[in-house]
Design a binder for this molecule. Structure first.
Ligand code: SF4
Length: 245
C-alpha cells in the first residue's frame, strides 16, 4: 500500500473515533453573506479563547452595526470595543486597515463574488491583505463558503504530528502536508474534532495520554510519562467561535 493511502486509511480511523468521542459536527451551510463575519471572527480569535473573541465580535457588531462603520471608526474606539479578547492594539489596527484596503480594492465591503471563484483565487485575494494568513483564509473557505479545505491551527498541527500523520515544524507546513491526505468530504469534521481533541485530551502541556484512544498509534516520545500522570477527568472546552458565526 502506498504511504499516502495508508495515511488516508489511518485518518479515516481517527476521524471515526473522534466522532464517537466528540460527535459529528453538523454540516456547514455556505453563506456568502457571512464571509466578512467569519474573517473578522477568525482575526479576533488569534491567541485567545473562543469565548472571549466571541464576546469581542458581538460587541463590535452591536456598537458599530456594520463593517463599513468599523472601517470609519477611530482605531481607539475599535480597540476599546475588543479589549476583552487580548492583543487589542494589533487586532484593531489590522481589522481597520484590512477593511479600508478592501474598500479601496473592491469599491465596497462585499465579498460575495468569492462564491463564484476557485479556492486558489480566494487564497490569492485574501492573502494579499496584511494580517491574513493561510489559516484565516482557510477558515473563510470552510466556515463561510462550505469548501472542502482543512484549516490548520496550533491544535491541529500538534495533534497530527503526535499521531504520526505529518512530521512538520509549523502549522503552514502541516497544512500543505495534511491537505493531500485528509479524506475527501471529512476536512471540516476532522478540523473541528481535532481542535476539541487538542484542547481536551492531547493538550500542549500535560496531555491526558491515559485517556487517549490513539495511544498505540501515537509517536509522541513522552507519551508513556504522561500516561502515568494523566488520570484526571477530561476537561470540557468545546466552544468554537466559528461554529457560532
Ligand atoms: S497518547 Fe498522548 S500525546 Fe499521544 S495522541 Fe494521545 S494524548 Fe496525544
Amino acid at each position: 500500500m502506498k504511504r499516502s493511502d495508508r495515511l488516508k486509511l489511518n485518518l479515516e480511523i481517527i476521524a471515526d473515533e473522534l466522532c464517537l468521542i466528540f460527535g459529528k459536527p453538523a454540516s456547514r451551510l455556505a453563506d456568502e453573506h457571512k464571509i466578512l463575519d467569519v474573517l473578522i471572527a477568525t482575526k479576533l480569535s488569534q491567541n485567545t479563547t473562543d469565548k472571549s473573541s466571541y464576546k469581542a465580535f458581538n460587541r463590535l457588531k452591536e456598537k458599530f452595526g456594520s463593517w463599513e462603520n468599523v472601517a470609519e471608526a477611530k482605531e481607539s474606539e475599535i480597540r476599546e470595543c475588543i479589549k476583552v479578547c487580548g492583543l487589542a492594539n494589533t487586532k484593531a489596527r489590522d481589522i481597520k486597515l484590512m477593511l479600508i484596503e478592501m474598500i479601496a480594492k473592491y469599491g465596497k465591503l462585499d465579498l460575495r463574488f468569492f462564491k463564484n471563484i476557485s479556492d486558489e483565487e480566494i487564497y490569492d485575494e485574501l492573502l494579499s491583505f496584511k494580517g491574513i494568513g493561510v489559516k484565516t483564509a482557510s477558515c473563510v473557505l470552510v466556515f463561510a463558503l462550505g469548501r472542502d479545505v482543512f484549516p490548520v491551527d496550533t491544535h491541529v498541527h500538534r495533534t497530527l504530528n503526535r499521531l504520526g500523520i505529518v512530521k512538520t515544524n509549523s502549522p503552514d507546513k502541516t497544512f500543505e502536508a495534511a491537505n493531500i491526505v485528509i479524506p475527501e468530504g471529512r476536512k471540516y469534521e476532522l478540523h473541528t474534532n481535532l481542535i476539541k481533541f487538542g484542547r481536551n485530551i492531547c493538550r500542549s502541556k500535560n496531555p491526558l495520554c491515559s485517556l487517549c484512544s490513539f495511544y498505540s498509534r501515537c509517536v509522541f516520545e513522552e507519551k508513556s510519562t504522561y500516561r502515568k500522570q494523566s488520570s484526571k477527568a477530561m476537561l470540557e472546552n468545546n466552544f468554537l467561535i466559528l461554529e457560532e458565526i
